[in-house]
Design a protein around this ligand. Structure first.
Ligand code: AMP
Ligand code: ZN
Length: 141
């Protein structure tokens, strides 16, 4: 059994209580599109268990989330051909963490996005566009 927190948005996604554009799922991890994408294809690789930060998560589970992030990065590369991909993972408010359930951002970069700030703002994405990109990435999984 994974630890869970009934008030946590990612635990609710893991439990299927709120929808997501799901790219991948295995016993310990899930990956889905970020609904406030910084760039096209921005996705999240998430532990199924409610481990708030790198300080809490068992190392083997962290490794599984990293493997899922790698799988998503490969699909992004194949489907979208970005000029680069960042894996980013925030711990604590000072690091810009807003959802206290461990996740990696898998973030395609473009030549045009300049020096993206590590603590970017959250702007709601266009759902139809996220869905279209999701379908391209899913086909490349
Ligand atoms: P962080 O700020 O590093 O904790 O990242 C949390 C991320 O979760 C942000 O990029 C949010 O846009 C994203 N997020 C929050 N709620 C949802 C949701 N319901 N579905 C998908 N992504 C979400
Ligand atoms: Zn949680």
């Amino acid at each position: 059994m994974h630890p869970t927190d009934g008030t946590c948005i990612f635990c609710k996604i893991v439990a299927g209580q709120i929808p997501c554009f799901k790219l991948y799922e295995d016993a310990d991890t899930i990956a889905f599109m970020d609904i406030n994408p910084v760039n096209e294809g921005h996705a999240l690789a998430v532990a199924k268990g409610h481990h708030p930060t790198v300080h809490d998560i068992p190392a083997d589970v962290l490794g599984k989330v990293a493997a899922t992030a790698q799988r998503i990065a490969r699909a992004q590369q194949k489907a979208l051909g970005p000029s680069g991909i960042n894996l980013l993972q925030a711990n604590g408010p000072g690091a810009g963490q807003t959802v206290f359930h461990l996740h990696f951002h898998v973030l395609p970069r473009t030549a045009q996005d300049g020096e993206l700030k590590v603590n970017w703002g959250h702007n709601p994405g266009d759902m139809a566009r996220i869905k279209a990109t999701y379908e391209k990435m899913l086909a490349a999984m």
